[in-house]
Design a binder for this molecule. Structure first.
Ligand SMILES: *C/C=C(C)/C=C/C=C(C)/C=C/C1=C(C)CCCC1(C)C
Length: 268
């Protein structure tokens, strides 16, 4: 009992010191200096620190959840970890040039979005009801959404930015349809409370949290709508919600499920 208590306290101290250390490191390692009147730069800084703190948290919490949730926690940590790495560059790019870090942003999304949609597959696979087809449909649609967004924003192959926007919107609406009304919905009803919670929370984030991105895209098209400042503030905010909160939902569900499993085991 005493040993467990000591272990818990040690763990907490370790968590808090690593968080403080890493967050400080991420702030002082910046190449440029931050202008306190630059609100966009502020959001880059906050997002960078948040991504790092979330990554450390998910890695440390991974050991407290039951085995079947560990891969989901790893993926949650990868999403914020990859984003943290890119944010350290995106932040410097903004401060150094005052331009949107367009390519870095989309490189980050192209890695982190497929990782996130794979979470739907993972939480269903953990309880044996997932289909690979679901994963490939979500994966394919998310790639179409991102590639059309990139073509529209960068103008690399021409065409109208609004045409590419519409294609991206269609792909996103398809993803929403797939998770709310596709066959995953029937499968999830057969699973544990924790899995159902995770699935619903993630579906909600893909619908409401992801809606911030197209608004950012629209702002970026016209200085009157907000221009590059509006676009970057919204994209940074959206990443904070969609990467950190998304992982927290997985963590919450995993914790809930692990508790329920332990309680059931104690009864037997
Ligand atoms: C961690 C990064 C995430 C979750 C990025 C998500 C990005 C989107 C949901 C982007 C959506 C877009 C549309 C729905 C229309 C076209 C323009 C995009 C690419 C901004």
């Amino acid at each position: 009992m005493n040993m467990m208590k000591n272990g818990n306290i040690r763990m907490k101290i370790l968590t808090i010191t690593s968080l403080l250390y890493l967050v400080t490191l991420s702030v002082v390692s910046a190449e440029g200096t931050i202008d306190p009147t630059d609100n966009v730069a502020m959001t880059f800084w906050i997002a960078t620190a948040l991504m790092l703190a979330s990554t450390v948290f998910f890695i440390l919490e991974r050991q407290n959840v039951s085995d079947k949730w560990k891969t989901s926690m790893t993926v949650a940590a990868l999403v914020t970890g990859v984003a943290w790495y890119h944010y350290t560059y995106m932040r410097d790019h903004w401060v150094g040039t005052g331009d949107s870090p367009l390519v870095l942003r989309y490189v980050d999304w192209l890695i982190t979005v497929p990782l996130q949609v794979s979470e739907f597959y993972l939480i269903l696979a953990a309880v044996g009801v997932a289909s690979a087809a679901l994963f490939f449909r979500l994966f394919g649609a998310s790639i179409i959404m991102l590639v059309s967004g990139f073509i529209g924003e960068s103008g690399i192959i021409g065409g109208n930015a609004w045409m590419w926007f519409v294609i991206g919107m269609v792909a996103w609406i398809y993803i929403i349809y797939e998770i709310w009304a596709g066959d995953a919905k029937n499968k999830v009803s057969e699973t544990s409370e924790g899995t159902q919670f995770a699935f619903k929370a993630m579906a909600f984030i893909l619908t409401v949290g992801w809606a911030i991105y197209p608004i950012g895209y629209v702002m970026g098209q016209n200085a009157d709508f907000g221009g590059a400042d509006g676009l970057n503030i919204l994209y940074n905010l959206a990443d904070a919600v969609n990467k950190t909160a998304f992982g927290l939902m997985v963590w919450y569900a995993a914790t809930m499920d692990t508790k329920a499993e332990k309680a059931a085991a104690a009864e037997n």
